[in-house]
Design a protein around this ligand. Structure first.
Ligand code: F6R
Length: 247
């Protein structure tokens, strides 16, 4: 595992964006796994800057987002499909046909999850999967416990996660949908390269648990240690407890 610790959050975002940009340039048909959340907004901002500067071409790209809230459609400003449009898709030359986000309004959610897995395989799998980490140790919305061989499925969101994500819902955790569709831990582990990014002291404890704690289905992020091609990018604050523990 390649662990990079930067002096500031902005440096962490730059390192991550540069790694994603390199992946996009490396192939005429790159397949990227994308994430949402506050951390990723910064990375997408830098990718859009590179695109505006003429340094990146998204025309051959296919993307698969990790997750979506159940019940929220693309026009709902709190949906992850909308988030992606706002932060990335609307600003770059990515073809609509290449964009995949699980449909939280599908009439048959289990069928939607199954067809998402089929679509990932049909695209020849994900080259680079971008990951954040939640307070519960989730990657995607794989709340504890999540089997390491789990596939895309409907999950109940942890109360901690609903609180974590409540800022988009008037700071009211009760308004955060209680269910989501998420790629499974097993789906994530099938990607050829995993890139986990975390910044800030609020992530320090869970980063230490993910990187140093027992590998356990009770902390989904520990699963990344079972993968042989992983990059973790942290700022000093997110790395602080982990760094002390390994000294
Ligand atoms: C969202 C996702 C989540 C977030 C995680 C961190 O698509 O997959 O696992 O990456 O909750 O979110 P932020 O960056 O808002 O702290």
């Amino acid at each position: 595992m390649n662990i990079i610790v930067t002096n500031s959050p902005e440096q962490a975002f730059h390192r991550a964006a540069d790694m994603i940009a390199a992946e996009i340039r490396a192939s005429s048909r790159p397949v990227l796994g994308l994430a949402t959340g506050r951390t990723m907004e910064n990375i997408y901002r830098l990718l859009v800057q590179q695109y505006d500067a003429g340094a990146l071409d998204f025309s051959g790209m296919t993307s698969f987002n990790l997750d979506e809230y159940v019940g929220l459609g693309p026009t709902d400003t709190n949906s992850y499909r909308h988030y992606m449009q706002e932060h990335l898709f609307a600003h770059v030359n990515m073809p609509l046909s290449g964009i995949h986000v699980p449909d939280g309004t599908a009439p048959d959610l289990d069928a939607e999850c199954a067809s998402y897995e089929v679509a990932i395989r049909a695209s020849n799998g994900i080259d680079l999967q971008l990951l954040g980490i939640g307070e519960t140790g989730h990657i995607g919305f794989n709340e504890p416990p999540s089997a390491f061989d789990s596939q895309t499925r409907v999950v109940e969101l942890d109360d901690i996660t609903r609180r974590q994500n409540s800022s988009m819902f008037g700071n009211d955790p009760e308004r955060v949908p209680s269910r989501a569709l998420t790629m499974g831990v097993g789906t994530i582990l099938e990607a050829r390269h995993l890139l986990l990014v975390a910044v800030g002291g609020g992530k320090a404890a869970i980063i230490n648990e993910a990187l140093n704690g027992p590998i356990s289905e009770n902390v989904s992020a520990t699963a990344i240690r079972l993968h042989d091609n992983v990059t973790v990018i942290l700022d000093e604050a997110a790395a602080s407890i982990y760094n002390q523990a390994i000294k």
